[in-house]
Structure formats: structure tokens, C-alpha cells
Design a protein around this ligand. Structure first.
Ligand SMILES: Cc1cc2nc3c(=O)[nH]c(=O)nc-3n(C[C@H](O)[C@H](O)[C@H](O)COP(=O)(O)O)c2cc1C
Length: 162
């Protein structure tokens, strides 16, 4: 059985967290950007880890993705984010799902996180069983990740298949 880590990222911070989480997970792990993420999931995937940047208190939308690109984020995947990708998946019996996001540390007390939005989507569509949800923090919209967050992401990854 194997793990698939799917992420979206405009300045690379969520991509860095995705790789760190993957580094912590035991066994075979594939890390893939959402634009290249498979639909349906490969049959051997029993743990899905999905993460994205928090935009406007939740998962990205086409409009927030365009805003991110206008603000200097990487262009090319404005059409599909984790919101759309998750919504297109049918329920997978026995699938565990963990969700994460990156968020601005300055507004960490504000409610709303892409990770929680993704978890709600997974529950709503019965895609799988949500096993954990975590946030990692950036200093500003383009990063960098706060000190220690990459190590925390790796440690979180270790907990997901233990
Ligand atoms: C359009 C837009 C909306 C955002 N909204 C929020 C928000 O509601 N809460 C928050 O904590 N961060 C917000 N941010 C900051 C992002 O979370 C930050 O850019 C992201 O973590 C960086 O990850 P990336 O490099 O993987 O894109 C927003 C950023 C953009 C561009």
C-alpha cells in the first residue's frame, strides 16, 4: 500500500511542506502537484495527504488563484486547486486522508483554514476517513515558512503511518 501527497502552491511554501511531510511518512510515497494529480486515485493508495495554501479563509478558488498570480505567485495552474480535485473523486473504501495547509502567521487567530475546508470536503463527499488536519505557518503571503515548520511537517508526516 502507498501514500499519495497532493499539493498546490504559488510561492513554493506548501510544496516545501508537502515534501517534508512525505519525507516523514514510512513506506512508498509519491508527491505530486494538483495539476498532475490522478483522478481516480491509483488502487494501491491507502493514505492520501492533501494540502494547499489558505486563501480567503479556506481552500483556494479560481478567483483567489488568479489574485495570487497577479501578486507574483507562479502561474499555470489557476484552473484547478485541491478544492476542485477533491470534489471530482469518488469515495474510496478504506482510504485514510490527512489534510494540511499553509497560512499567514500574522492572522493565525482568525478562523478559516484550507486544511479544515479540505477535511470538510472529504467528509461531505465520503471520499475517505479524515485522520488528521494540520496548519503550517508562513511569515508573509510569499513566505518564508517560519523557523521550525519544515521539521514540524516532517514530524507530522511520521505520525500519519505509525
Ligand atoms: C489571494 C490570497 C488570499 C489569502 N488569504 C489568506 C487567509 O485568509 N488566511 C491566511 O492565513 N493566509 C492567507 N493568504 C496567505 C497564504 O496562505 C500564503 O500565501 C500561502 O500560505 C503561501 O503558500 P504557497 O507559497 O504554497 O502559495 C492569502 C494569500 C493570497 C494570495
Amino acid at each position: 500500500m502507498s501514500t499519495l501527497v497532493v499539493f498546490e502552491s504559488f510561492w513554493g511554501n506548501t510544496a516545501t511542506v508537502a515534501q517534508a511531510v512525505a519525507d516523514g511518512i514510512a513506506g512508498p510515497v509519491e508527491v505530486v502537484g494538483v495539476a498532475d494529480a490522478p483522478t481516480p486515485l491509483p488502487h494501491d493508495v491507502d493514505l492520501l495527504v492533501v494540502g494547499g495554501p489558505t486563501h480567503a479563509f479556506g481552500m483556494t478558488r479560481a478567483g483567489t488563484r488568479r489574485d495570487a498570480v497577479k501578486q507574483g505567485g507562479e502561474a499555470g495552474h489557476e484552473e484547478t486547486g485541491i478544492r476542485e480535485w477533491l470534489a471530482a473523486l469518488a469515495p474510496v473504501p478504506g482510504l485514510d486522508v490527512a489534510t494540511f495547509d499553509t497560512r499567514a502567521a500574522a492572522v493565525r487567530r482568525l478562523p478559516g483554514s484550507a486544511a479544515r475546508g479540505a477535511a470538510r470536503s472529504v467528509s461531505h463527499t465520503h471520499l475517505g476517513r479524515v485522520v488528521d488536519t494540520e496548519s503550517f505557518y508562513v511569515d508573509d503571503k510569499d513566505g518564508p515558512l517560519l523557523d521550525g515548520e519544515v521539521e514540524r511537517a516532517r514530524a507530522w508526516g511520521r505520525t500519519l503511518r505509525s
